[in-house]
Structures are given as structure tokens and as C-alpha cells.
Design a protein around this ligand. Structure first.
Ligand SMILES: NC(=O)c1ccc[n+]([C@@H]2O[C@H](COP(=O)([O-])OP(=O)(O)OC[C@H]3O[C@@H](n4cnc5c(N)ncnc54)[C@H](OP(=O)(O)O)[C@@H]3O)[C@@H](O)[C@H]2O)c1
Length: 250
């Protein structure tokens, strides 16, 4: 589908594997240009090469998002090299085993600071700026696999901030939305590891998903690209849950 993203200038953090990589690919398939980051240079360069093969202009930089100066510097260089900024996707997380301190540094502050820093450029976007936060269904329920850990609680705080930004930035033409994936499996990812390391836990979670399987990164990516696109021009402050029916809520 042509979602009107040809030539859009898109930043995706944590785009060297898994969901972030699928998001960057889905934008490239729509004709967007990309700035991508991750900490390890080699997988990032491989992912950037695949994006270039799809025809995208690509800025790829090894950046730790917990380093605010490095992150905002990356945003500045991305905007300079791509000629502006239309879409920001905050995808990095410290994951479900991160401490509260790590989670605050890798999940919360990067989203808050990136959004603040990008506002003038997103407001200048002729297409209308868009921010998409990648959250999780663990922010929407407290039982397994969420539990009393930093991951779900800090993502819930981010959901709140993204919803508030959606309303406060609307007058500047910037939409802010959240995508909340349920369990997503891919080679090298957390659920693929648990499948072998803790098959009982893996199966207990999978069997609670009404669709009977874990999600795939590209199924999350398509939701992100839609929300960032002009096809979602009147949608802001929303939280799109993509989980095969995992979380039972209205
Ligand atoms: N997978 C799931 O089941 C699932 C479910 C719900 C929500 N989510 C959410 O979806 C998002 C992506 O999850 P995923 O499973 O695809 O993650 P992942 O496999 O851990 O991949 C994360 C990506 O971020 C990069 N990264 C990690 N820490 C970084 C840091 N400090 N600075 C810069 N880059 C960093 C990684 O590369 P480097 O390691 O080289 O830095 C990699 O490219 C997260 O927000 C997660 O909470 C995932």
C-alpha cells in the first residue's frame, strides 16, 4: 500500500535487529529515507546495507541512547544529512530484566529527550511531524510475563507521556502515538531464547495468546508505519495494541 511516505525523513532507534529493524525496513519499502542507530556497529551496518538495497538514503550511527548528548547529536546529524525530520520512532528498551536505573536510562529519558529535541524540526515538517513510541503489553497488565519489574511500570509511564504529548503537540502539527506489541519472536530475540532456555514459560505465555502464536516483527512494523503516515492524519494520543488478542481489555 502507498501510505504517502515517499521521501519522508525517518529516525528509528535500535534498528539493527528485531522490531526496530523491521520498522526501518517497512519505512524503506514505503520509499522513506532513514537515520538508524544501535550500539554495535557491525549488525547496524548490515541492517543499513539492506535499507540501501531497498533504495533508501540511510544515515547509520553507533549510538547508546542512554547517552543523551550522543543521542541528540545523532538527531542533529540525521536531520542535517536527510534535510529535515518528519518521523521519530523510539524503539530501544533495556528489556524486561533491566534494573529500574537501567530502564529509566534506556527507556524513559531517551524518549523524553528525543521528543523534546525533535519538536522544532518535526513542527517544520511540511508533511506534519509524527512520533511513535514502541511500548509493550506489559505496561497494560501486571500479571505474567509483566510482574513487579521496572519494564512494565516504566513503559506505562511512557504511555502516559506519549498520550500527553499527543495532545500538547497537536497545535504544532505533530502527532504522537504508541504501538504496544505483545510477545514477538524472532531469531536472536528474547522469546526465541526463552523457547529453548525456559520452554515451560514460553509455552504458558504462547498458549494465552488467542491467535495461538507469538507475533512477528513485521506485524508490529506495519502498525508503526501506518500511525506515522498521512493515512493516520487524525490519530494522535492513541495506543495501538498489536498482540494477537493477548491482553484482555476493552
Ligand atoms: N520482542 C518482544 O517480544 C517485545 C514485546 C513487546 C514490546 N517490545 C518492545 O519492542 C522494542 C524492540 O524490542 P526487540 O525485542 O526488537 O529488542 P531487541 O532484540 O533487544 O533489539 C533492540 C535493538 O535496540 C538496540 N539497542 C539496545 N540497547 C540500546 C541502547 N542502549 N542504545 C542504542 N541501541 C540499543 C539493539 O542493538 P545493540 O544491542 O547493538 O545496541 C537492537 O538493535 C522494545 O521497545 C521492546 O520493549 C518487544
Amino acid at each position: 500500500m502507498d501510505l504517502g511516505l515517499r521521501g519522508a525523513r525517518v529516525v528509528v532507534t535500535g534498528a539493527s535487529r528485531g522490531i526496530g529493524r523491521a520498522i526501518a525496513q517497512a519505512f524503506a519499502e514505503e520509499g522513506a529515507d532513514l537515520a538508524v542507530c544501535a550500539r554495535s556497529p557491525e549488525p547496524l551496518e548490515r541492517a543499513a546495507g539492506e535499507l540501501r538495497e531497498l533504495g533508501a538514503r540511510v544515515v547509520a550511527e553507533p549510538v547508546d541512547v542512554a547517552d543523551t548528548g550522543a543521542l541528540t547529536g545523532f538527531l542533529d546529524r540525521a536531520a542535517d544529512e536527510l534535510g529535515g525530520l518528519d518521523v521519530l520512532v523510539s524503539n530501544v528498551s533495556g528489556g524486561s530484566s533491566a534494573s529500574w536505573e537501567q530502564g529509566f536510562a534506556t527507556d524513559v529519558l531517551p524518549f523524553v529527550r528525543m521528543a523534546e529535541h525533535a519538536v522544532p524540526r518535526l513542527a517544520a515538517s511540511e508533511r506534519g511531524g509524527a512520533i511513535v513510541l514502541i511500548s509493550t503489553t506489559s505496561a497494560l497488565h501486571s500479571g505474567r510475563p509483566s510482574g513487579p519489574k521496572s519494564y512494565g511500570a516504566l513503559k506505562a509511564a511512557l504511555n502516559h507521556h506519549a498520550a500527553a504529548l499527543g495532545r500538547s503537540l497537536a497545535p504544532q502539527g505533530i502527532r504522537v502515538n504508541t504501538v504496544s506489541p505483545g510477545p514477538v519472536e524472532f531469531e536472536g530475540g528474547g522469546w526465541a531464547r526463552r523457547r529453548t532456555a525456559d520452554p515451560e514459560f514460553y509455552t504458558s505465555v504462547r498458549d494465552r495468546i488467542p491467535m495461538g502464536r507469538m507475533g512477528r516483527p513485521e506485524e508490529i512494523a506495519r502498525a508503526v508505519v501506518f500511525l506515522a503516515s498521512p493515512a493516520a492524519s487524525f490519530t494522535t494520543g492513541a495506543n495501538l495494541v498489536v498482540d494477537g488478542g493477548f491482553v484482555d481489555r476493552v
